[in-house]
Write a protein that binds this ligand. Structure first.
Ligand code: GAL
Length: 349
């Protein structure tokens, strides 16, 4: 407890700037800025090093995008002097809940949680609220209602609808607007992530909505769950191409891993991206950027792991410094960015 107080006081001094950036006017702070350099807390008169303990729960380590994300997060936290423990939930909510309970029992100062199941968010909020541990949810957005009961929790991530819209726009920006065979409709297959996840739901919906909003007629040939996984993406696309053949004009993939798998199936089927088929993903994984550059993928959408990790840490520090979030204002978004062969060079590291 004392440790947390010390931390809050120290952080109060460096939080003034970051508060404005994290959540803008939505956040309020109750901790006045403390003098910089040292912290004097209830009789402790010494230089106290900045930092504290942070527990990070990742839904599973075996996920390409979340690997980039957790690496960025760990680096930022360590560079700032925090003691960080990152745990693998193995895609098992019961296991993750246990990990959260362990962090609580250890008395961590803050938690950063990428929930296995967003439907578990309300029970997670109950746990962290009872223990009064400031918590930042990442990557899988809980509902506003789930977060409302605890004003020291916030979601930092992206607006999944935006990534779907951008995928649709990438298709609209092609020469044929997706109607390669000129039959008046865009015939597509959808390779979906884990449908429990809001990213999968909204990308599926909004990618197609962008086409219909632009007046295009669409035909869904198939929609299959690929759980964000490259091998599944390849298998699904191979099956669909075998079943629907040349009818498939567009492959919408909810993420790049599955798109990279699908890309292999497209090559094996002897189809040519940009000529007789289009394919778009989300994340801007390194391999996907290379594929966009080589013309093997039509485009992708940058899911900015670095900016999300920075914002998550900023919000965590805000919470530690006394920031609270009002109901309905507990989601902080980082923008997605469209990536095509025109601008891909800007994103290749
Ligand atoms: C998405 C990302 C996917 C996968 C998923 C996990 O935002 O695009 O590749 O990592 O998060 O929840």
């Amino acid at each position: 407890m004392k440790k947390r107080k010390v931390l809050a006081t120290i952080l109060g001094s460096c939080m003034v700037l970051s508060l404005a950036a994290c959540g803008g006017g939505t956040a309020t702070t109750s901790t006045p800025p403390a003098p910089t350099g040292s912290a004097v807390v209830e009789g402790i008169e010494s230089q106290v090093p900045a930092g504290g303990t942070v527990g990070v729960c990742i839904y599973k380590f075996d996920d390409n995008f979340m690997t980039t994300y957790r690496t960025a997060l760990e680096t930022i936290l360590k560079d700032k002097g925090y003691e960080v423990t990152v745990v693998d939930g193995n895609n098992d909510q019961a296991k993750q809940t246990e990990q959260i309970n362990t962090f609580i029992a250890q008395g961590v100062d803050a938690l950063i949680i990428n929930p296995v199941m967003t439907s578990a968010a309300s029970s997670i909020v109950n746990l962290v609220q009872t223990a009064d541990i400031p918590t930042v949810f990442i990557n899988r957005e809980p509902t506003a209602e789930d977060m409302a009961s605890y004003n020291k929790c916030v979601y930092v991530g992206c607006d999944a609808a935006q990534s779907g819209t951008f995928q649709g726009e990438l298709i609209l920006e092609t020469e044929t607007k997706g109607d390669i065979n000129g039959d008046g409709k865009v015939s597509y297959i959808m390779i979906q992530g884990d449908p429990e996840n809001i990213d999968a739901k909204l990308r599926t919906e909004y990618s197609v909505k962008a086409l219909t909003d632009a007046g295009m007629e669409v035909e869904q040939l198939n929609l299959t769950r690929g759980d964000w996984d490259q091998n599944k993406g390849q298998e699904i696309c191979a099956n669909d191409l075998a079943q629907f053949g040349d009818k498939v004009e567009v492959v919408f993939s909810n993420n790049d891993s599955m798109a990279l798998g699908a890309m292999e199936a497209i090559k094996t089927a002897g189809r040519t991206v940009g000529k007789d088929i289009y394919i778009v993903g989300v994340d801007a994984l390194d391999a996907a950027l290379d594929a966009v550059k080589a013309g093997e993928m039509t485009g992708t959408v940058l899911n900015d792991a670095q900016s999300q990790a920075e914002k998550a840490v900023e919000c965590m520090e805000g919470l530690l410094g006394g920031t609270t979030y009002a109901e309905g204002e507990q989601s902080i978004y980082v923008d997605y960015v469209k990536v095509t062969s025109d601008n891909v060079a800007e994103f290749i590291k």
